[in-house]
Design a protein around this ligand. Structure first.
Ligand SMILES: CSC[C@H]1O[C@H](OP(=O)(O)O)[C@H](O)[C@@H]1O
Ligand SMILES: Nc1ncnc2[nH]cnc12
Length: 309
């Protein structure tokens, strides 16, 4: 399978609960292709901004919100975006707040994750005879986080605050947390909670994509006395209010992001996986290498196996 980046798309946006399209930009086309890891959760919409820059939008839970967080085909989602040329992803997510000072309708840029998923989500491209261990010490891209944070005043005008460098706990779901769990996460130093950052952030690292999640607070989960416990109703109501702010923030970020891409500020991710492969040549599985060509067209060169096919 070959790379398909003739559209020159370099930026991807993943929409979460309550954000199922990015329709204030001009739609150029929709793409829905199968990847070696199956179909993505939705068509990818290729849009063009006023400066002629192409942006790919993908809905994490699919049209009409049909995949629960454990079912989201994250490997296909990230592979499809990488295959069309995406180098940078901004992922949107509705989160619960575990801190008094992070109010519903505030936005958060996490810099750390605690993984409380249960191992039931496929979360690597490197298995079955081609193994690699990616460095995941810093799950988000700090350059991207800084770039987004510079535009915090876009939100402050509307009374919301943008918080930076917070710790996100990603739980399995789909049921929300018990009160004891919510308090436990607070005692661990977690600031916000969702069900979506894992494996998305891991897979983005494996694909050498600069990835930052913009979290939008919708509720105080269930730890806060006197506050309504989280329900889908509360999340959806507050996401309806958050989505206008999310689009405003994205509009402010995009010109800056495009300039940074043109200036090569995200080049350092490229080639980072070269230090992660561990399988020796004799034990490497050819089928697995073929599969990975979809996301790494130069995988044979990288593995020193150019004489293979
Ligand atoms: C609809 S409430 C729980 C749901 O909301 C968040 O989704 P997303 O991250 O895609 O915005 C959270 O992670 C859960 O999946
Ligand atoms: N309280 C919460 N727990 C997990 N995911 C969420 N998404 C929005 N609010 C949430």
């Amino acid at each position: 399978m070959t790379s398909n980046n003739e559209d020159g798309v370099r930026i991807g946006i993943i929409g979460g609960s309550g954000i199922y399209n990015f329709d204030h930009l001009k739609t150029i086309k929709e793409i829905y292709h199968e990847t070696p890891w199956g179909y993505p959760s939705s068509k990818i919409t290729i849009t063009e901004d006023p400066r002629g820059f192409k942006i790919a939008f993908l809905s994490r839970h699919g049209k009409g919100h049909k995949y629960n967080p454990s079912e989201v085909p994250s490997r296909a989602n990230l592979a499809a975006l990488k295959n069309i040329g995406v180098e940078v992803i901004i992922a949107l997510s509705a989160v619960g707040s575990l801190r008094e000072e992070i109010k519903p309708k505030d936005f958060i840029l996490p810099d750390q994750i605690i993984d409380r998923t249960k191992g039931i989500r496929p979360s690597t491209y490197f298995e079955n005879g081609l193994i690699a261990h990616v460095s995941f010490a810093d799950p988000f891209n700090q350059t991207l986080s800084e770039l987004i944070y510079k535009h915090k005043n876009v939100l402050e005008g509307g009374g919301s605050t943008l918080h930076q460098n917070k710790t996100l706990v990603c739980m399995e779901g789909p049921a929300f947390s018990t009160r004891a769990e919510s308090n436990l996460y607070r005692s661990w130093g977690c600031d916000v909670i969702n069900m979506s950052a894992i494996p998305e952030a891991k897979l983005a690292k494996e694909l050498e994509i600069a990835y930052q999640m913009i979290c939008m607070s919708t509720d105080y989960d269930c730890w806060r006395q006197g506050e309504e416990d989280v329900t889908v109703d509360v999340v959806v109501n507050n996401m309806n209010k958050n989505s206008a702010n999310a689009k405003k923030l994205l509009e402010a970020i995009l010109p800056d992001l495009e300039q940074s891409l043109n200036d090569g500020k995200f080049e350092s991710n490229k080639g980072s996986m070269n230090y992660s492969f561990i399988t020796n040549k004799e034990s490497t599985d050819k089928e697995q290498v073929k599969k990975l060509e979809f996301v790494f067209p130069d995988i044979l060169d990288r593995l020193g196996l150019s004489d293979w096919f």
